[in-house]
Design a protein around this ligand. Structure first.
Ligand code: GLN
Ligand code: ZN
Length: 763
């Protein structure tokens, strides 16, 4: 019989119980026992939910108190040496010290680095591997949780993060060390873990090897063969290798041929690979079909999914096929039933993790001859698809027409940067080495209190607007006192840079409880871009224009760019992402033009997520860059030569996209640079960036107040790479998480550093 299988379930709990338990434990308000009790209750609840929904293959060890990669680091005993100096930590203290850093007396223990998990918004803790790393089975969490489930009457398929992906995602502690070189030392630990699982009664294990969807070099390919030749031999337990987030592509032969009993493939991201996999799969091997999208919020097209399942069943026989989500459901929000404010139509289009279980069960019923029992689910799925397709909310003729009418001249500024620079110099009258900030000023407790009072109805809109105006006026005055050249209004009206715009655009919805884990206890609630995007009215113009009335200095308008809105949202799956991005770009373009019309002469379009959309496979990267750059240019290019367009990106990884960033053709770009001590500017040495650059010289992620001398030092380094006539002076990012007491002296030092450099260079 064909089974319904799951690969992983959201960990935090429908009400984010784990978040609250973690944070209260960290704050010292509750005990370790309380935390572990909450975690245990969540695991049990999630197993029972899956069982009740009719899932046959239920995962265990998909749960984590913080991160499953960190769990793996503990399992294999790869605790970095610096934590050996911790004084008698409990297992839990050690775990959280690695995740978050800790302080013991005078000594502080830095956290391990955290980075993005493939192309998701989840972040994992990067393992640190010594050149001669030794490993041992240091934690039996995977076995313990299998037994825990078993004792609750649920037979699970334990999940392990695979050894090759683990090492490929690790970093070495030495410059020339290669983590993968330690594979042969690592494998015995996995062998032992699998043996213990087998002894505890596990008949299958899911081994996640998502790196099989990446471009792999020879050594990685060989590592896969070596690893599974060894792990595949462990007796009395069968392995299913799970791949997700893309197509196996040129790794298909390798992956299909590994000597294990099962393979999971992602058919949401790569539906076209089914035929090829069926052709390659050795006889006897089980194929798990990821037909329900684990990364998005849409109700599945059950008919289309069923067709795929039937194709596989005809080729392999029912016994060898499993029906699964494309990847763990931890990337989906928990339960749609908790949403009471979404309208019924929109709600009928959606499925969160809990609902996706029902979809898997319905597919299983349908393919196992229970078509009648599954009929309701299929009817609902068809109706949803039809209504989504026919709705004016997803197909707004006006938006479609505008999209059609986009032409090359709309994608480009009227003149090149050199020409614009002359026009801007004349119009804007900025000093050399101009100073500015990235947009937001401190979101104080008072700002948040006033906002929540307004949301609760305790404050009228007019009262709230008055409060915001006063905040803006105060902020403009402060910036004048500090002596900044290009001012901002402070973004007090915004909780979040995507949410603010999403709420003012049609085609985008917000949930009440659609949380998805970002890292540790942190979760985000991504907007849902469900329909055609349009801007019914200006979104920011009144605030920027008001700020401009208060000063003779230039006020910079602040917008979030189309690529960033796209990247930080759940995006409709019924048209290419590039099309949705273009719609967003048109909406932002309207706002840019309205700002210009209102007398705003400098406009910043933030694109901190530009790098995040970068595809995992080289072959797909150019296509992404092409449409993402075009979207940015479409949003920015409507303005006159003398209107200056800024953009901002936060991170420092520019090496392989620096030319693309040049092609965005912004007049000025500001970037994070202070933590790496301007190292990122190396990328700018090889490539002459055409526009002006503001490498951040004030690390706003730290409460420290940088001195004038520190910032002068950074500026001098920057001036060695960027010609002075193209250099701007600004912090790394927005100041919203800082306090006024930090911001005022820091910005004062920054302005003084600028003046010192101007004098020194006699510019
Ligand atoms: N303008 C935004 C701010 O200052 C930019 C934030 C970001 O880059 N993430 O907060
Ligand atoms: Zn930033």
């Amino acid at each position: 019989m064909t089974l319904a299988a799951n690969l992983g379930y959201p960990r935090l709990g429908a009400k984010r119980e784990l978040k609250w338990a973690l944070e209260s434990y960290w704050a010292g308000k509750t005990s370790a026992a309380d935390l572990l009790q909450t975690a245990k209750a969540l695991r049990l609840e999630h197993w029972q939910t899956q069982q009740a929904a009719g899932i046959d293959v239920i995962p265990s060890n998909d749960f984590s108190l913080y991160d499953h990669v960190l769990d793996t680091t503990l399992m294999v005993g790869a605790v970095p040496q610096r934590y050996a100096k911790l004084n008698q930590p409990t297992a839990l203290d050690l775990y959280f010290a690695m995740a978050r850093g800790t302080q013991q007396g005078e000594t502080s223990f830095a956290a391990m680095e955290m980075t993005k998990w493939f192309d998701t918004n989840y972040h994992y803790i990067v393992p640190e591997i010594e050149p001669h790393q030794t490993y041992r089975l240091a934690s039996t969490k995977v076995v313990d949780e299998f037994i825990e489930a078993k004792e609750a009457g649920i037979h699970t398929r334990p999940v392990l993060f695979g050894p090759v992906s683990y090492l490929l995602l690790s970093k070495s502690t030495s410059a020339d060390g290669v983590p993968l070189d330690t594979l042969s030392q690592l494998l015995p630990v996995y062998v032992e873990a699998l043996q213990r699982l087998a002894a505890a009664g596990a008949d299958w294990a899911q081994i996640d090897e998502p790196c099989l969807v990446l471009d792999l070099d020879e050594s990685a390919r060989k590592a896969y063969a070596d690893a599974y030749n060894q792990l595949g031999q462990v007796a009395n337990i069968r392995l299913l290798i799970a791949t997700y987030f893309g197509a196996l592509g040129d790794n298909l032969e390798l992956a299909a041929g590994l000597p294990v009993y099962g393979l999971h493939i992602d058919l949401a991201r790569a539906p076209e690979q089914l035929e090829k996999v069926l052709a390659q799969l050795p006889a006897e091997k089980t194929l798990s079909l990821g037909v329900v999208d684990g990364r998005n919020v849409w109700r599945a097209d059950l008919d289309a999914a069923l067709k795929k399942v039937q194709t596989a069943v005809s080729a392999l026989g029912a016994e060898r096929v499993q029906i699964a989500p494309s990847c763990s459901l931890m990337f989906s929000p928990h339960d749609l039933n908790l949403e009471t404010k979404l309208d019924d139509e929109l709600k009928s289009w959606l499925a969160f993790a809990r609902q996706k279980l029902d979809e898997l069960a319905a597919l299983k019923q349908a393919v196992s001859g229970g078509a009648e029992a599954a009929a309701d689910s299929f009817t609902v799925s068809r109706a949803a698809l039809k209504s989504r397709h026919a709705s004016a909310r997803t197909h707004n003729p006006q938006v479609r027409q505008r999209l059609e009418a986009v032409n090359a001249s709309m994608l480009n500024r009227a003149h090149d940067f050199e020409t614009r620079k002359i026009a801007q110099a004349k119009k804007l009258g900025l000093p050399p080495l101009p100073t500015t900030t990235i947009g937001s000023f401190p979101q104080t407790a008072e700002v948040r209190a006033q906002r929540s009072a307004k949301n609760k109805g305790a404050l009228t809109q007019a009262q709230y607007d008055e409060f915001l105006k006063a905040e803006i006026a105060r902020t403009i005055q402060k910036q004048e006192e500090i002596g900044l050249d290009v001012l901002v209004h402070g973004e007090f009206e915004r909780t979040d840079m995507v949410e603010y715009f999403g709420e003012r655009l049609t085609g985008i919805a917000f949930t009440q409880n659609g949380w998805v884990q970002s890292y540790g206890s942190r979760a985000v609630r991504p907007p849902i871009i469900f329909g055609d995007v349009a801007r019914p009215a200006p979104m920011t113009v009144a605030w920027s224009a008001y700020a401009q009335t208060l000063t003779n200095k230039l006020v910079k308008g602040m917008l979030t760019g189309p690529v960033t809105i796209l990247e930080w949202s759940f995006v409709r799956d019924d048209q290419p992402r590039s099309v949705t991005c273009r719609q967003l770009a048109l909406a932002i373009r309207d706002e840019v033009l309205d700002l210009e019309g209102a007398g705003i002469q400098v406009i910043q379009i933030d694109e901190p997520a530009f790098r995040e959309g970068f595809p995992l496979r080289k072959a797909e990267q150019n296509d992404y860059l092409k449409w993402a750059i075009e979207a940015f240019k479409l949003s920015a290019s409507g303005v006159r030569d003398e209107t200056q367009i800024h953009t901002h990106m936060c991170y420092a990884e520019f090496d392989n996209i620096i030319e693309a960033i040049g092609l965005m053709d912004a007049d000025v770009i500001s970037i994070e640079a202070s933590r790496s001590k301007m190292e990122l500017l190396d990328a700018f040495k090889q490539y002459q960036y055409p526009g002006e650059i503001g490498p951040g010289i004030y690390d706003i992620h730290s409460p420290n107040i940088p001195t004038q001398a520190e910032m002068e030092d950074l500026l001098e380094r920057a001036a060695q790479v960027v010609p002075v006539e193209r250099l701007w002076i600004n912090p790394d990012c927005g100041l919203k998480t800082r306090q006024w007491e930090q911001v005022i002296p820091a910005l004062t030092n920054m302005v003084n550093a600028a003046q010192a450099l101007r004098q020194q260079l006699k510019v």
